[in-house]
Design a protein around this ligand. Structure first.
Ligand code: PHE
Length: 340
């Protein structure tokens, strides 16, 4: 048999033997038999190189090297499949290291506050109503009893479109849309984006409001006060004090501005609350009879209350965010910080 034919047969024989290996001991025996230092078959074939006739040396050299590489590769492969794998993995896996946490998303502080408020009012029987962000002057102002020369209509405060429509300056137009399309009793909550031409640390041209409206027979100012107290204590904690101050809005009469105990100093007086111990949190009042009438609701039979507050302010208080823009910069670090 020529040395080359012999190598070809050895290669086949090795494959047959390798295919039968099922445990560590058999693997070790195979290794010694084929590439063992003393009498390994491959080693002997390499040594036989010197006896190969000169004209066959090149082919023989190539073939024997191929056999050697094949045997080594196959042995490594077998070793890995024979449970040597866990040993190798254990060497690179330090089980005492802290694991790698999957990156979880988190809810934006404004959305979180919005969800909380919706939840509180769902419990009080309110449902969520929606309205457009681009409004007519009628829904945003006129139907809400704003006189034609009211300063809010000035371009200083309101973003006007070329066709005379406005970016809604508050969520109150949703009151009008709801009262015009539904019959009392009405209990709705409207949340959404609102727009004013304002821009400083506490004001952004786009901000979020939530507005509540209740209309039914026999609704009184006492219902308004009770509802707001229940709501604000749920939102800011049961020890929160609530006080109402007389105020004015064109669409409510009487109107009240509502303060809560300062969330920073808990009422002792600090810089944030200008030493008063109180912070203003929302506007409210009894729906003006003229507004009810405009919406086709008989003011002699029905009455109602409404209130509105800024969601961004609540989020800023809650998470100690000093600058409203931080809420809208889309910087992921904010979301990581407020994640609970
Ligand atoms: N719409 C008022 C504002 O934007 C808030 C408000 C709502 C006041 C409802 C009274 C009743 O300032």
């Amino acid at each position: 048999m020529s040395p080359l034919t012999e190598l070809a047969e050895l290669a086949e024989q090795f494959e047959t033997e390798a295919a039968e290996i099922t445990d560590q001991a058999a693997w070790e025996a195979l290794r010694v038999r084929w590439i063992g230092r003393k009498r390994g078959i491959v080693r002997e074939r390499l040594a036989a190189f010197k006896d190969v006739p000169p004209e066959q040396k090149r082919d023989y050299g190539q073939a024997v090297n191929q056999l050697k590489q094949r045997v080594e590769a196959r042995l490594t492969e077998l070793e890995a499949s024979l449970g040597a794998a866990p040993v190798a993995a254990a060497a690179i896996l330090d089980v005492t290291l802290p694991g790698r946490r999957p990156q979880l998303g988190s809810i934006h502080p404004v959305s979180r506050v919005a969800a909380e408020i919706v939840d509180i009012f769902n419990g009080l029987g309110y449902s969520v109503a929606e309205g457009p962000e681009v409004e007519s002057d009628y829904y945003n102002f006129e139907a809400l009893n704003f006189p034609p020369d009211h300063p809010a209509r000035d371009t200083q405060d309101t973003f006007f479109l070329n066709d005379g429509r406005v970016l809604r300056t508050h969520t109150s137009p949703v009151q009008i849309r709801t009262m015009k399309s539904r019959k009392p009793p009405i209990r709705i909550l409207c949340l959404g984006k609102t727009f004013r031409n304002d821009n400083d640390l506490r004001h952004s041209p786009m901000f979020h409001q939530v507005e509540g409206l209740a209309v039914a027979e026999g609704i009184t100012f006492g219902h308004l006060k009770g509802t707001l107290e229940a709501f604000l204590k749920r939102l800011f904690g049961p020890e929160t004090g609530v006080r109402l101050r007389p105020s004015y809005f064109p669409f409510t009469e009487p109107s009240a501005e509502v303060d809560i105990t300062c969330t920073f100093c808990r009422g002792d007086g600090c810089q944030v609350c200008s030493q008063t111990g109180w912070m203003e949190i929302l506007g409210s009042g009894m729906v003006d009879p003229r507004v009810l009438e405009e919406c086709g609701i008989d003011p002699d039979r029905y009455s109602g209350f409404a209130f509105g507050l800024g969601l961004d302010r609540v989020a800023m208080n809650r998470y100690g965010i000093p600058n409203i823009r931080v809420l809208f910069d889309n910087d992921e670090r904010l979301l990581r910080q407020v994640k609970r």
